[in-house]
Design a protein around this ligand. Sequence first.
Ligand code: FAD
Length: 486
Amino acid sequence: GSADVDCDVLVLGGGPGGYSAAFRAADLGLKVVLVERYATLGGVCLNVGCIPSKALLHVAAVMDEVSHLKSAGIDFGAPQIHIDQLRGHKDKVVGKLTGGLAQMAKMRKVTVLRGLGSFVGAKHLRVEETGGAGQEKTGKQQVVQFKRAIIAAGSEAVHLPFMPKDPRVVDSTGALALAGVPKRMLILGGGIIGLEMGTVYSTLGARLDVVEMLDGLMQGADRDLVKVWQKMNAPRFDHVMLKTKTVAAEATPEGIKVTFAPAEEGGSAPEPQTYDLVLQAVGRSPNGRKIGAEQAGVAVSDRGFIPVDIQMRTNVAHIFAIGDIVGQPMLAHKAVHEAHVAAEVIAGELLGDEKLAKAAFNARVIPSVAYTDPEVAWVGLTEDQAKAEGIKVTKGLFPWAASGRAIANGRDEGFTKLLFDAETHRILGGGIVGTHAGDMIGEVALAIEMGADSVDIGATIHPHPTLGESIGMAAEAAHGACTDLP
Ligand code: FAD
């Protein structure tokens, strides 16, 4: 026909959603083409998101930890920061992982096409080849014909329209490029991404301001958890501006001069301030309007999201969508699970496997983690939500001031909080603030998925002395002694 390349499954976008879908489909025996505009696979998460931010946050956490050791009699002195080497370290971490993905694609015989993809029909995608470090077009193009497609084109940072084009104004990608360490830095938007990047820069020596429209930082997290984080992190900030909007910005020789206004009528806002670096972290916008979806008949919302059902199917029966482009929460682990569902449904349909064809995304909960110091992690119902929705819960709280391990670590500021259905005692949600909270929240997610109650969790023997013990202790605290009948 009119196509240059034929395949069973076309995957548009090589991020955590896209590569996971491509690999699963290939493992199930399908012929897969994966289209990615950039030189490396991994998408936002591996190249300019989860992984480089965690490489830098690890360094920051160790630096902060070392400074805690002063009271234990160990003084390393002031750190010497070699920013070029630090940047090189981060790039090496990213390179290891994206290189690994390329190998895995090869092993599975997934055809990776480098280029900008755009639908030109319900069964055809045009790929305009790109080259170099960015997405410059080489002028070559080809058309891929597919039986099924999975759209995994992700999202990009929102830029405020009035922000000047200036190297001192960056988004998360610019912040991760780590050009230098500013004296004064403004974080626009008090969400996870902004606060993680702020943590890195502040540990490297920057003074921080943060401005947030709503009445609290780290929206979505339990307020009690955030309170602990905020108390521990107060020394990093000169101004925490809540219920405040940014309304104008101007590039001056001294820095970026930013003007604020109250977010609510009758409120007040601080005087304009000048910064050496402004990080825009006010959210991410899906790429749904940039892939020619209308040519394939795929419906896209005004905001650029692609609606899907629980099998990740769009309004067009043979086209699926996954990851950031289908909606919140925009998290890599959500994208990966959705990817597996889409690939399995497609394999089931194309190979006539009825069981696979019934795959669906029905996770009860999706955990969230702020990899700050301390970390803040939560999953399922929060106390505020329970209140708002009139759900009767019993709370189990375990303060880390009573944890031998947390005290031994010199980090006993945290706590673990679990929420149970007041009648059935089944777990509905949980939150942890403290070091390594993110590594522990998976257990709470598992408990929710399994429908565990407070006895199941409290009677599970956790190793001593660990921070993870606090989950068992919080369960016991909710409903008293645990009698586990055989
Ligand atoms: P993406 O990763 O956005 O991948 C989409 C891919 O499609 C991109 O590679 C893009 O180049 C490509 N593409 C788009 N359009 C086209 C086209 N027309 N043609 C060809 N290719 C195209 N999530 C977590 O779970 N944990 C974290 O710790 C975390 N940290 C983050 C830190 C930062 C700074 C940022 C910005 C994000 C972070 N996230 C984190 C979010 C996470 O990165 C995303 O949820 C995840 O990358 C979404 O995966 P995806 O496959 O849907 O899309």
